[in-house]
Write a protein that binds this ligand. Structure first.
Ligand code: B1M
Length: 209
């Protein structure tokens, strides 16, 4: 089995130490960091995402795989300075104002990164103005927002309105999610997409591209 296939398989099962060793070995063998990311790490997170969607694995297994992926990315990133990594899209993400829940949002970010999407994570309790500022600064294709409380769900709409009123980018797509959020709610507030978990969030981005 090739070393990239080994990185893929060990990442998918979350064997962080072996993934780090294999990544260092792959670099020493002269394999391009981009190849390791595209064919090792991204494929691993695709496998993990598919299993998560089918309820074959759950949040803990996903977090362990994500930790292995992040370890390898940490080794590879310094080697990629000056290289334009192939990026599927750029996303500004955050949990809306008044809401401190970030476990789901972090999983979504990790799965997006694993799929080759550039993610600017603004954290939690993000005011509409802060989202707007980040959109102006980074010019992403997507604004992704998470809300876990019924009391903060309205801030999804407030943010969409603030961004729309500012008229920054007509092509900007909005993706929302979080336990109380539904497709119906997304349609009502004018979001372009909704996803019910971290793996389908990546699918939604790909579908909207
Ligand atoms: Co809070 N909390 N919490 N909490 N908390 C809930 C959400 C709650 C349902 C618990 C309950 O009462 N049964 C309830 C909300 C009720 C409601 O609004 N209807 C609640 C409450 C009331 C509160 C407080 C108000 C409690 C209090 O202080 N009285 C308070 C609010 C604080 C605030 O935000 N201002 C509070 C605080 C907290 C903690 C800080 C203690 C902690 C958060 C820690 C953290 O996130 N760093 C916490 C936790 C852990 C929970 C529960 C137990 C778990 C949430 C979680 O992380 N789930 C939750 C009850 C529950 O859900 N069982 C609860 C795991 C996570 C992987 O799932 O976030 O749904 P989830 O993300 C999923 C999908 O929703 C989706 O993908 C993820 C992965 O599959 N998804 C997206 C999420 N974002 C997405 C974005 C996308 C697409 C998909 O596109 C952009």
């Amino acid at each position: 089995m090739s070393i990239i296939d080994q990185i893929r398989d060990k990442t998918a099962v979350g064997d962080m130490n072996t993934v780090a060793e294999l990544t260092n070995q792959a670099i020493a063998d002269g394999i391009a960091p981009d190849d390791i990311i595209q064919h090792g790490l991204i494929e691993a997170m695709t496998i993990v995402g598919d299993k998560f969607k089918k309820n074959e694995i759950y949040v803990p297994e996903m977090l362990i795989a994500a930790r292995a992926m992040k370890t390898a990315l940490g080794i590879l990133k310094p080697l990629m300075v000056g290289q334009e990594a192939k990026r599927l899209a750029k996303v500004v993400i955050g949990t809306v104002k008044g809401d401190l829940h970030d476990i789901g949002k972090n999983l979504v970010s990790i799965m997006m990164e694993g799929a080759g999407i550039e993610v600017m994570d603004l954290g939690v309790d993000v005011a509409p103005e802060k989202f707007l500022e980040a959109i102006k600064a980074h010019q992403p294709q997507f604004l992704a927002m998470s809300a876990l409380l019924t009391t903060t769900m309205p801030n999804l709409k407030t943010t969409i309105d603030v961004v729309a009123e500012a008229g920054v980018d007509q092509n900007l797509k909005v993706l929302i999610g979080g336990a109380p959020v539904t497709q119906k709610f997304a349609d009502e507030i004018g979001a372009d997409g909704y996803a019910d978990n971290a793996a389908t969030a990546v699918d939604a981005i790909k579908a909207l591209l």
